[in-house]
Design a protein around this ligand. Structure first.
Ligand SMILES: [Zn+2]
Length: 223
């Protein structure tokens, strides 16, 4: 049976053989305990940029672990956290760390699309940058895809919002990911809706997203 892949969740995975999940670990005041086998991503969330500084020694060690598969979520949020200047500095720092360990970046972006696109042009990362939980405008999605970003969609695609559905339809299959972000909606349901929207059999979508996962985040199986 083909797996479901949840590239961004804040919940610990319950024993479920058919889901591959990337659990997001937030850097908060105290350094977190890292999972010893579970796949994870780790980063300083823009919302926490006014309380936490980056413990670079800890961070470097954490992101070097083989089960750490991405840096993030990190990014820019115009509505919460420290000033955009500070957020930008912290984001750039994390993006550089991502380059040094050659792992992708999972990005949280709210009302700072031009800035994030400019940062990508400036840094010219060699690792993939993924916008998580995308629910912006069609024109924004188009610009992001044109700039080489991946887009990940979550439970908001269940809302039957026609604009968002069109964006999912227009996202090239090799730039697409799905996630739960720790919401109540199971990843299977997000897949089901995405397969409807894209008019793609569920199995095909699973195959497609598994390919994307292995290309961007590495092999999931035992090494
Ligand atoms: Zn999240």
């Amino acid at each position: 049976m083909k797996p479901y892949i949840d590239i961004h969740t804040h919940l610990e995975l319950t024993a479920h053989s058919n889901i591959i999940a990337l659990r997001n670990i937030l850097l908060q005041q105290r350094n977190p305990v890292l999972p010893d086998r579970e796949l994870f991503s780790i980063g300083l969330h823009p919302w926490n940029t006014d309380q936490v500084s980056l413990d670079t020694l800890f961070f470097q060690e954490a992101i070097s672990l083989p089960n750490c598969r991405a840096i993030g979520e990190c990014g820019l949020d115009r509505l919460r956290g420290a000033s955009l200047d500070i957020q930008t500095r912290l984001f750039k720092q994390q993006a550089q760390f991502a380059e040094s360990v050659q792992k992708p970046v999972i990005i949280h972006c709210v009302r700072a699309w031009l800035e994030i696109i400019d940062l990508k042009a400036e840094i010219q990362p060699s690792v993939p940058w993924i916008i998580h939980g995308f629910r912006g405008k069609a024109a924004t999605a188009k610009k992001l895809i044109g700039s080489g970003f991946y887009l990940s969609f979550g439970e908001s695609i269940l809302s039957m919002n026609a604009v968002l559905a069109e964006i999912v339809r227009e996202t090239p299959p090799d730039r697409l990911f799905l996630e739960t972000d720790g919401g109540k909606c199971p990843i299977e349901e997000v897949y089901r809706v995405a397969s409807d929207i894209k008019n793609l059999p569920l199995e095909k979508l699973q195959e497609n997203l598994l390919l994307n996962f292995e290309k961007v985040f590495g092999k999931y199986g035992p090494s």
